[in-house]
Design a protein around this ligand. Sequence first.
Ligand SMILES: [Zn+2]
Length: 302
Amino acid sequence: MSRTAFAARFPDNAACARHLYEKRWPNGFVCPKCHGAKAWALDSKPFTFECAACGRQTSVIAGTIFHRSHLSLLTWFQAIYAIASHSNGISALQLQAQLDLGSYKTAWLMLQKLRRAMVDPDRSFLEDIVEVDESDIPYRTKTDPIAGGQGRSAVGKLHFIGAIELSPEGHPRRIRLAPLENFSATSIGAFVAGAVAPGTTILSDGFSAYKSLKAYNHQPKVVGKMAAHIVLPWVHRVFANFKRWALGTYHGVRKLHLRRYLDEFVFRWNRRRHMKSSFDMLLNIAASLPHAGYRDFVNQVV
Ligand SMILES: [Zn+2]
């Protein structure tokens, strides 16, 4: 969708509300309390409907991430468009400038809320053949742009784990990335169990943590001193791309929010061939997630 097409389709709040209404209730309004189908639009409150049966008032943004935001629905739609149409993503500073937002904090919170909507709750497990490995990235603090050195030491670095699904012919398909607390079999096993379908062939570096994955057909790939990026080329390409992207777009990741950066990268990678649908995808998930506030993100409860 071009910028002009977007502006023509969503010229004002009413157009956004209508679109959201049709997404949420494609077969007509349904009261969330009594499931009644008859309702009136209120004149006194924008985009709010009162159930004819039980009197419950329901706003079109209730039960979405737009709820309790002081920003207009149009601003939200513009943010989703900006995020979905920039192939590399945009930082909070860029979003603030582009949408003329009052503060950096507002832009930051908006980005956090939308990154949360980048994880599809209905996504399916990776299958067929999956390369899995771990990596790490130096993190950014407030006082120091990048903590940690270039060496092998894990001090000042955040661990993460990744998996990439390959077709039986060896073509790369979808990926998953997640922060990794440590290299224990429990941590690694939890990621694999949550991302990869049982019975899948797993290619790994032969690290002992993978040997305990009984539900999978494990094929250790590293023999002797062969480098992991040679025997597991795809997952290492993903790691390299993620690091370049995090440094280029965001100038490094912050310790507290690694998961969100990984989620955004996964979202972009998995949609790299159909970016056109990213706007709809992001909007659909945003419309189905309940509200979360600033504290929820800072305390990482969402
Ligand atoms: Zn009702």
